[in-house]
Design a protein around this ligand. Structure first.
Ligand SMILES: Cc1cc2nc3c(=O)[nH]c(=O)nc-3n(C[C@H](O)[C@H](O)[C@H](O)COP(=O)(O)OP(=O)(O)OC[C@H]3O[C@@H](n4cnc5c(N)ncnc54)[C@H](O)[C@@H]3O)c2cc1C
Length: 385
């Protein structure tokens, strides 16, 4: 029986591995970290991501430790504020990635996946144009792990995708994210929050234990002063609308920093290797839909892997086309929003419009939340929330 090696046990890797194991394929899931581990993220699953997890039967243990989110509040400079609900029976969830990812790894193990943590993948092994395994280090020792197929789900800065020339950091924008957990934030509700300003944005998510996930994203302009210092604290204290809510807030733990954020991928694999999740490209965290791409991308990668194992024909071209078909429309919207936020004049203009007339922006909140995906799954499976 052929063996698949999945690299990276984030949501994309765990779910790809789980689906292959459910299909009867022997799978080894590798991660450099030991779980549970922290991961910088906004800590929200939008309704589309939640519906996908539900359709896979993975939500019961997650729902017990997550906090439902019924919509988003988006604010801009000045008085601009739009509140959009996801609609009856539809919601997203907020929970720490530390908790979510460990639950998904556990689900993969229960499905029969061999999970090996503390294993760092260094490079692909190539025979001609075909990937035939990975080079790993484990406990200070290096060795080669052969595989009939490799799935690279090792995140934005994927060693495998970058190493094979499939992905690279986008030339623009050059954005960095700064995130931490805060206690004592005033005014948290049952909505996620996105506060867009002329110099970047701040996302806030209320977590199940009453704390808040707070992430600021800032652009580094070539030739400008490098971003340093406590950017997150500065983003909160300098913001007239947010500062008051953080008067009694305290940061718990250190600030995590990640960047540059945007990664472009030219294809979803090569013979013998397929990409899943952020390893296959990342637009921007503003729309809060990376997990939906990761989960659905995992389903597509598992299907591509089964095709390649079944036919002997490389599955990467099929996967590239399938991802474009499924995600192309949303990627275009996300890139347009990313471009808009990069323009202070654009942000001011939309904020001025929204202050007087917010109706056209509510459908955008539903779209960002992948509500159409959630509705379709609900209709197909008789699923409600
Ligand atoms: C600031 C920020 C906020 C975000 N907020 C949200 C949000 O609220 N909602 C949302 O849906 N999305 C959000 N996203 C996007 C989301 O975090 C990603 O899309 C998601 O984590 C992708 O999952 P993944 O499994 O592809 O990658 P990851 O979650 O990054 O997992 C990759 C795994 O690979 C492992 N790995 C990496 N390199 C190696 C190696 N060499 N060897 C072995 N293992 C390796 C890592 O340890 C990790 O466990 C946000 C992103 C950022 C940056």
């Amino acid at each position: 029986m052929p063996e698949v090696v999945v690299v990276g046990a984030g949501p994309a890797g765990s779910i790809t591995a789980l689906l292959l194991a459910r299909a009867g394929v022997p799978v080894r899931l590798l991660d450099r970290d030991i779980f549970p581990r922290d991961k910088l993220c906004g800590d929200t699953l939008n309704p589309g991501a939640w519906a996908l997890l539900s359709a896979l039967g993975l939500t019961p243990p997650i729902a017990r430790v997550a906090r439902p989110l019924h919509g988003m509040v988006v604010t801009g400079p000045g008085r601009a504020r739009v509140e959009g609900g996801y609609g009856p029976g539809l919601y997203g969830m907020a929970l720490r990635r530390r908790v979510l990812d460990a639950l998904l790894v556990e689900a993969a193990a229960q499905a029969g996946v061999i999970v090996e943590t503390g294993v760092r993948v260094e490079a692909p092994v190539l025979e001609g144009p075909r990937v035939t395994g990975v080079r790993v280090t484990h406990g200070g020792r290096a060795h080669v792990l052969p595989a009939d197929l490799v799935v690279a789900a090792d995140g934005r800065h994927s060693r495998l995708a970058f190493g094979l020339g499939l992905s690279r950091f986008a030339a623009r924008p050059q954005r960095w994210a700064y995130g931490a957990t805060y206690t004592g934030v005033a005014g948290l509700g049952d909505h996620g929050e996105m506060h867009i300003r002329t110099d970047g944005y701040v996302g806030i998510a209320p977590l199940p234990d009453g704390t808040a996930n707070v992430c600021a994203v800032r652009e580094w302009r070539r030739g400008g002063a490098p971003l340093r210092g406590d950017v997150l604290a500065a983003a909160l204290t300098a913001d007239a609308a947010l500062a008051g809510r953080f008067v009694h807030a305290e940061r718990r733990g250190s600030v995590s920093v990640l960047g540059p954020l945007a990664v472009d991928a030219r294809a979803a694999g090569v013979p013998g290797l397929l990409l899943a999740g952020d390893a296959a490209g990342f637009v921007d965290p503003m729309t809060g839909d990376g997990m939906r791409f990761a989960i659905r991308g995992a389903e597509l990668a598992a299907e591509g892997a089964l095709r390649e194992l079944g036919t002997g024909q490389p599955g990467w071209a099929w996967l590239t086309a399938a991802r474009q078909r499924e995600f192309g429309g949303k990627w275009r919207i996300n890139r347009a929003l990313r471009g808009l936020v990069a323009s202070p004049a654009g942000v001011r203009c939309v904020a001025a419009l929204a202050a007087g007339w917010s109706a056209p922006l509510s459908p955008l909140i539903a779209l960002a939340g992948d509500v159409p995906v959630a509705r379709r799954i609900a209709a197909e499976q008789g699923w409600r929330g």
